[in-house]
Design a protein around this ligand. Structure first.
Ligand code: ADP
Length: 521
C-alpha cells in the first residue's frame, strides 16, 4: 500500500528548526536516495525527524530497508571533528558503519520487527577524529511505527558515556592500586564518623583487636582492646583531634591486646580529620601500623646505649683523673714543650668525650625516669652571665646579653645551665661564618624567657617540628658538624620538667633563635 504523502505546505513545518542538522536535512538532495523528496515522506518519518530535530537529547534514526540515516545536533559531537559527519546523513547505515555493522545491523533489524533494545555503558568502537575510538554508550533502539502499523525504522536514543566510564575505570584502578599498597604495607585502615561515632575498619584491624569481621565495629569494643594504661591517652587524643581549632592530625602509638587471642601488639595510628566550614569534624580516617618489632629494636638499642655508656664511664673517669695529674705534672716537672702540647690536646678531646658520654647517660636517665632535679631559688640572669663568661673564654664568638637583670626562678641550677650551654654551644657550632650571638632575658607574663639568637646557617622550617626529638639532626649524615642529636632532646625534657616551654624560630640561611621559659618564682 503506498504511504500517504503530506500536502506541500505542511511537511515544511515538520522540518523546521534543529540547528545545523535541521539546515542540512532541509537542503539535502533527498531525490538521490531511496526515500525521495520530503514531500513524499510518510507522516511517521516526518514526525520522527521533527521530534529528533527539536530534541536536545542525542538521537539517530535508521529508516527503511536501506537504513537511511538521520541524526540531530545533540548527536553530532559524537561523530568527532573528522569522520562520519556530515556524510552519514542520508546515507545507508551499512556504508557508514562498516567497522561495527555486524553489531549494529541485528539491533536495527530487531527494531524493524517491532522490538526494542536497551544497553548501558556499552563499548561501541567507532571511527572518528581520524582513528578508531573506544566509545561507550547507553542507548536504546526502538521501532518507529508507520501508518500501516509496521515498523518503518529504528530510532536510537542514546547518550555517550565514555567520560563517565573512563572516570569509573580510573577510580576502580586507583582503588585497586590503593588496596594493593595497603596490603603490601600490611596496614590497617579505619574510619570514624565524628557525628555518629560509627567506626569501620578493615579485617586486619579487626584481627589485631580480636573483634569480629563485621562491617561496623563498636568503638567501645575497640577501646576495650587497648591496654588499660594507654586507653585514656588514646581516647583523649581522638577527642582532641576532632575538636574545632585542632590541626586535624592524629599520630599516636599504643598497645593493643587482642580480645580473642590475647596477643599483644604495639601499633602506630595515623589519621586526619576533615572539618566543614563551621569547623565541625565531618570525617576522621587513617591507618594503623604494627610497630611491635620496631619498638623491640628501639628498646634493645636503648639498652645497648645504656650498658655501653655505663661501661665507658668508669675507664673514662679514671682516664680523666690520670690526665689531670699529668696536666699538673707538666706544669711543675721539667718536661719538653711537646709534652705540654699533647697533654693539652688529650685534655680537650677527653672533655668532648666526657660531654658525649654525659649526653648518652642523660638520655638513659630520661628514658628510665631517673633524671633527678635538685631545685633552688636563684637569679636566672646571673646564671646566664656566669655561664656565658665561661663559654666566651674558649670561643672567638662575641656573646652579648641584654634585658632584665633580676629574674628569679625556682629550678635546678645545673640542669638549666646545661640547657643554656647547649643552646649557646649550638649557636657557636652552627654559625661558623658569623661571630655574633645575642642573648635576651625578659619577663613574659609570669614567665622568665631566655632567647639565644645566632646569625648562622639557620634551619629549614620544615625540619623544626622534629628538632627536639631524640637523635634528630638536620644534617643526618653529619658531614659538616659533629654531634649526636641529643642536646635539644635533653634540654626539652629538662625544661618541660620545670613546667616551662621550649621552642625555636629559624629560616634556612638566616640564623636561628632558640628560647625557653621558666615560671618566675
Ligand atoms: P647536635 O648538635 O649534637 O646534633 P642537638 O640536639 O643539640 O644535637 O641539635 C639537634 C639538631 O638541631 C642539630 O643536629 C642541628 O641540625 C640543629 N640545630 C641545633 N641548633 C642549631 C642552630 N643554632 N643552628 C642551626 N641548626 C641547629
Amino acid at each position: 500500500m503506498p504511504e500517504k504523502t503530506i500536502p506541500q505546505p505542511l511537511y515544511h513545518k515538520y522540518l523546521e528548526g534543529g540547528g545545523e542538522m535541521g539546515e542540512r536535512i532541509r537542503t539535502f538532495d533527498w531525490s538521490a536516495t531511496t526515500l525521495g523528496t520530503p514531500d513524499t515522506w510518510p507522516q511517521s518519518l516526518l514526525l520522527t525527524v521533527s521530534t529528533m530535530l527539536r530534541s536536545r537529547f542525542p538521537m539517530f534514526l535508521f529508516w527503511g530497508r536501506h537504513h537511511i540515516q538521520f541524526y540531530n545536533d545533540a548527536y553530532r559531537p559524537s561523530l568527532g571533528a573528522s569522520g562520519k559527519h556530515p556524510s552519514a546523513l542520508g546515507r545507508s547505515g551499512k556504508e557508514s558503519w562498516q567497522e561495527i555493522w555486524s553489531a549494529v545491523e541485528p539491533q536495527i533489524e530487531r527494531s524493524l520487527h517491532g522490538e526494542s533494545t536497551y544497553s548501558e555503558n556499552e563499548l561501541v568502537p567507532m571511527f572518528r577524529d581520524g582513528k578508531i575510538d573506544e566509545v561507550y554508550w547507553t542507548y536504546s533502539y526502538s521501532p518507529v511505527i508507520t501508518e500501516d502499523g509496521t515498523s518503518g525504522g529504528a530510532l536510537v536514543i542514546c547518550h555517550e558515556t565514555t567520560t563517565n566510564v573512563k572516570a569509573l575505570k580510573t577510580i576502580d584502578e586507583t582503588a585497586t592500586q590503593l588496596q594493593f599498597a595497603i596490603e603490601a604495607a600490611e596496614l590497617g585502615t579505619w574510619e570514624l564518623d565524628p557525628k555518629t561515632n560509627r567506626f569501620v575498619a578493615n579485617k586486619r584491624v579487626a584481627d589485631w583487636f580480636g573483634l569480629p569481621h563485621t562491617p561496623e565495629i563498636a568503638l567501645s569494643s575497640a577501646i576495650e582492646a587497648i591496654v588499660p594504661e594507654d586507653r585514656e591517652r588514646v581516647s583523649n587524643a581522638i577527642i582532641d583531634t576532632m575538636k574545632p581549632g585542632s590541626d586535624g592530625n592524629y599520630d599516636i602509638s599504643y598497645t593493643v591486646n587482642s580480645l580473642q587471642s590475647g596477643e599483644r601488639r604495639v601499633v602506630r595510628a595515623k589519621g586526619k580529620v576533615i572539618f566543614d566550614q563551621d569547623g565541625e569534624a565531618t570525617r576522621f580516617s587513617g591507618t594503623l601500623q604494627d610497630i611491635t618489632d620496631d619498638v623491640e629494636i628501639e628498646k634493645r638499642k636503648d639498652e645497648f646505649i645504656s650498658v655501653a655508656s655505663h661501661e665507658l664511664k668508669t675507664p673514662i673517669t679514671s682516664l680523666n683523673a690520670s690526665l689531670q695529674i699529668l696536666q699538673k705534672l707538666v706544669k711543675t716537672e721539667p718536661v719538653s714543650d711537646k709534652f705540654k702540647t699533647f697533654t693539652a690536646k688529650a685534655g680537650n678531646n677527653l672533655n668532648k668525650l666526657v660531654h658525649l658520654l654525659d649526653d648518652l647517660l642523660n638520655v638513659t636517665k630520661i628514658q628510665q625516669g631517673q633524671l633527678a632535679l635538685s631545685k633552688n631559688r636563684f637569679n636566672l640572669s646571673e646564671l646566664v652571665r656566669d655561664s656565658c663568661d665561661h663559654i666566651s673564654q674558649g670561643s672567638d664568638h662575641e656573646i652579648s646579653i641584654n634585658g632584665t637583670d633580676e629574674l628569679f626562678v625556682y629550678a635546678d641550677y645545673r640542669r638549666i645551665d646545661q640547657v643554656l650551654v647547649n643552646f649557646v654551644g649550638n649557636a657557636i657550632k652552627y654559625s661558623p661564618q658569623s661571630k655574633k650571638i645575642d642573648i635576651t632575658l625578659e619577663q613574659v607574663g609570669s614567665d622568665a624567657r631566655v632567647i639565644v639568637k645566632d646569625y648562622g646557617i639557620g634551619i629549614n622550617p620544615e625540619k623544626l617540628p622534629h628538632l627536639f626529638d631524640r637523635y634528630y639532626r638536620v644534617d643526618a649524615l653529619g658531614h659538616q658538624f659533629s654531634g649526636l642529636g641529643l642536646g635539644l632532646y635533653i634540654s626539652s625534657d629538662i625544661i618541660k620538667r620545670h613546667d616551662g616551654n621550649i621552642g625555636v624560630e629559624s629560616q634556612w640561611g638566616e640564623g636561628s633563635q632558640f628560647w625557653f621559659t621558666l615560671p618566675i618564682d
